[in-house]
Design a protein. Structure first.
Length: 266
């Protein structure tokens, strides 16, 4: 069983995740778009679109306009999750000594790494609990929820709880864990370290990767496809008289032709 969990299942999960996510994105990109979806006012330059996408990614501005309470907890969840993913990669690779590169001692770097990991994990745990509470207590949200919504939150909570257990209750030795994870990337997997809580956490993470492309969590990738479609350049349509007009929507809902009319050729 340990052989499967430690040396087979990670590759299955990674393959399903990569292939599944790639297929989902390709299907989205190939789907016909019969109507222009540009959401005005849309940026007109590439730099403007990148900036708008960055603001939406970091601040969730559209969600904040729709539901301020949901916005905060969703924003906290995603920020903490991003910090945890980066922290895992950097912290395990450098064995919590990553902050020595900015002048801290080994001990101070470890303390800061532990502090940031604990704060991020706690924030993620609280945000997930609040979102789970909304699914059960807020009538409008409860009506729209289905079993998959609860499963998503419970799976994420199980990953967080086992991770926080390693952080606050049962300390694990990062040296063999780093060696084991490195061996997976080199396709020469070592036996998984005998750390029961790490084995549980690692199994749940792989289960999450396996499930991700088929779940509602896939919105993490769909967001970028969707926002790109909403910020495409404004369309140019021929009018009944054969005149092309570039119409922009301005404040108040009125339209105006920014470019002078040009008669169509042919």
């Amino acid at each position: 069983m340990l052989f499967f969990i430690g040396q087979v299942f990670p590759y299955i999960a990674a393959a399903v995740f990569i292939i599944g996510m790639s297929r989902r994105v390709i299907v989205w990109l190939k789907a016909p778009v019969p109507f222009q979806l540009t959401l005005f006012p849309a940026p007109e330059t590439t730099a403007g679109r990148v900036l708008a996408l960055g603001r939406e990614t970091l601040l969730f501005r559209s969600l904040r306009r729709g539901d301020n309470g949901l916005w905060f907890w969703a924003w906290l969840l995603h920020v903490c999750l991003a910090l945890i993913v980066v922290g895992h990669i950097v912290g395990i690779y450098y064995l919590t000594h990553q902050f020595t590169m900015v002048g801290l001692s080994d001990a101070a770097s470890t303390r800061l790494s532990v502090f940031l990991g604990t704060v991020s994990g706690t924030g993620l745990f609280i945000a997930l609990l609040v979102l789970l509470y909304r699914r059960t207590a807020v009538e409008e949200v409860k009506r729209l929820s289905d079993p998959a919504d609860f499963f998503d939150l419970l799976l994420l909570l199980s990953v967080v709880v086992t991770g926080m257990h390693m952080r606050t209750v049962t300390e694990v030795n990062l040296v063999p864990i780093r060696a084991y994870l490195g061996s997976l990337f080199l396709f020469h997997p070592l036996p998984i370290p005998w750390e029961p809580i790490f084995i549980s956490h690692f199994f749940l993470v792989n289960l999450l990767l396996l499930y991700f492309p088929f779940s509602k969590l896939v919105h993490a990738a769909g967001f970028f496809v969707n926002r790109t479609m909403l910020m495409e350049n404004a369309p140019v349509y021929p009018t009944r008289t054969g005149i092309v007009r570039d119409v922009r929507v301005i404040k108040g809902g009125a339209g105006h032709a920014e470019n002078p009319p040009q008669h169509c050729q042919g």
